[in-house]
Design a binder for this molecule. Structure first.
Ligand code: M6R
Length: 374
């Protein structure tokens, strides 16, 4: 159910106080839609999309988008590099044109855009095409400028997203990123079939994992109350979790107007830790089993400087994370697909903080849904 620009249907909140909350809760359904007909016996098959020609023989990918779409691309980069062993460069579209890229042969650009109309992303797309590089677009809007100008399109099936803060479009974009990574890995034989099936099957269950997270909504709301008067917040994560932390920080700042910054956890000690004083709130994402111990070393450094640490962590890692002040648990899922689940508590958290601060949640100040100027 990609949306068409001509298919205007008056949006309804269906009993939710805001579109943002409705769209967060739609995610079990929208991620499910994203998978329909694409995974057979744990293996992803995208042949029906007729993008094989674009994917064959590529040796480098440029992954480009803005804001939340850029963050989806960061997860895509990590997944494609890990599973399909193709080098991926991620960039924010507004900077892409200034890089003067030494373009090579057999490269592909993937542009991600919910609206399909973001001017910066369109400029990056045109830059690639000018140099003979093919472009694959991932967008939510049929007939949008990006869809029309790209060589091929994969439509997300998030349905209309009304809230300016993107939530369900982001998780839909993530699902496409994983499908591409798994499909490329299968085509190139870069991973054992059994491992691909394990991740594919996990992806297939992601809707039920998201449903489980909603059981903690009341707890997330209570945590949000502690942020009603906060001025600054930091988000941390390593590997896949770093991309999730970036998205969490963006959600919080755009809806609540709290100054929130995300850092790669390991980067903290190279400067930002100077900002950690008594009571400064730090939200950390810990879903990568092999990185969790390292993350806790850094968390303990924050704690010893008086910081208050809230962690979104996987159930199986909760003992390790006991030194955090509060834990929001997500199910014990495969670390590669954990970002889809880990972002949901951060979306809810941003939503409730914004509501408690009396902000216009669906229409935050100074923002618009589609940014059509450079
Ligand atoms: O329509 P697009 O996905 O191209 O929009 C990109 C960004 O403007 C957008 O994701 C923005 O960052 C959102 N407000 C984030 O919630």
């Amino acid at each position: 159910m990609a949306i068409r620009q001509t298919d205007y249907v008056a949006p309804v909140k269906e009993g939710y106080a805001h579109f943002m909350l409705k769209e967060i809760h739609e995610q079990p359904l929208t991620v499910r839609r994203e998978l329909e007909g694409r995974i057979q016996d744990g293996l992803v098959d995208l042949s029906a999309l007729e993008i094989d020609e674009l994917l064959t023989g590529i040796n480098k990918i440029y992954m480009v988008g803005c804001g939340t779409a850029y963050h989806a691309g960061l997860v895509g980069r990590a997944a494609i590099e890990k599973l399909a062993r193709i080098p991926v460069e991620s960039d924010i579209a507004s900077e892409f044109g200034y890089r003067d890229i030494p373009w090579g042969k057999d490269e592909l650009m993937i542009v991600i855009s919910q609206s399909g109309e973001t001017a910066d992303t369109l400029v990056a797309l045109r830059e690639a095409k000018k140099h003979g590089t093919k472009v694959l677009a991932v967008t939510n809007v049929v007939g949008s400028s990006i869809a029309l100008e790209a060589d091929k399109v994969i439509y997300t099936h998030a349905g209309p997203e009304i809230s300016i803060a993107s939530t369900k479009a982001y998780t839909s974009q993530l699902l496409i990123m994983y499908q591409l990574a798994l499909y490329l890995a299968r085509q190139r034989g870069t991973m054992e079939e059994e491992e691909l099936k394990k991740i594919g099957n996990e992806l297939n269950r992601i809707d039920t994992h998201i449903d489980t997270i909603f059981l903690q909504e009341e707890k997330i709301k209570q945590l949000a109350e502690r942020f009603t008067h906060v001025q600054n917040a930091f988000f941390l994560g390593r590997g896949f979790d770093c991309a999730v932390a970036m998205e969490g920080a963006l959600k919080l700042k755009e809806t609540s107007y709290i100054h929130s910054e995300a850092y790669a956890t390991g980067e903290l000690k190279h400067g930002p830790i100077a900002l950690i004083t008594d009571g400064v709130p730090v939200i950390t994402v810990i879903t990568q089993d092999h990185l969790a111990e390292k993350a806790m070393v850094n968390i303990n450094e924050i704690k010893s400087r008086g910081g208050t640490v809230f962690a979104v962590c996987k159930e199986n890692l909760q003992m390790l994370c006991q030194n955090c002040d509060e834990l929001i648990l997500i199910p014990d899922i495969h670390p590669v697909v954990a970002p889809v689940a880990a972002v949901v508590p951060l979306q809810l958290f941003a939503y409730y903080v914004a509501v408690l601060r009396g902000n216009d949640v669906d229409q935050p100040r100074n923002l618009s849904k589609s940014v059509m100027i450079e």
